[in-house]
Ligand binder design. Sequence first.
Ligand SMILES: C[S@@+](CC[C@H](N)C(=O)[O-])C[C@H]1O[C@@H](n2cnc3c(N)ncnc32)[C@H](O)[C@@H]1O
Length: 219
Amino acid sequence: MDVEIIQTKDGSHTLYSRQFDEIYHSRNGAVAESQHIFVRNGLGACPGNVINVFEVGFGTGLNALLCWEYAESKNIRINYHSIELYPVSDKLIGQINYPDLVGHKEKFQQLHAAKWNETVTLSENFTLHKINGSVLEMLFPTSSINVIFFDAFSPEKQSELWTIEVFTKMYDILALGGILVTYCSKSYVRKNMQQAGFQIEKLPGPHGKRDMVRARKNL
Ligand SMILES: C[S@@+](CC[C@H](N)C(=O)[O-])C[C@H]1O[C@@H](n2cnc3c(N)ncnc32)[C@H](O)[C@@H]1O
């Protein structure tokens, strides 16, 4: 994919995709957004010492890096699954400034060096399974995911990913009580989630954005 690095307001980089005319994170801060939506309101809302994560859109690997660090700091186990249709080139990954800002350069490199389509144990607390493919064609025969990071491009740019059908698929892979978190709180997106069976909660968004959504598969 034709992408270039741009800087967000907290100093962290993100990518701009010319193909989709879309950026990978909030312009108000990529690291701040990831910490708020996916780590604090996603992982932070999951009980237990073993958390199974499923991410839509591995992208730069920022969410994965912050989650790995979270697993080490809390001494819990995270099994991280992520699907990505357009892997980012090694050249660009080498220029992204996340290791300068949040540290853990070696971890960042390991996340990207990990083979696709197999489970890799990166530490006692963290396994990674990157799937190279489309979430639209994904076959994922499990209902053991505790939290989904729904981090696709926006519905304006990829409406086919924000449908009742896709949210039903997401609902099916969640364990009972599992959650889905996303930055998008548009009303038709929330309606599609509800149609798929989710209970919706609107939460304050990261700095500069009004809302985010946490959707739950009730017990
Ligand atoms: C908003 S960005 C994700 C940012 C990423 N989570 C990160 O931390 O850098 C959306 C991602 O979804 C990927 N994507 C687009 N279409 C997809 C599809 N059909 N299936 C899986 N991933 C897709 C894009 O290539 C991009 O990496």
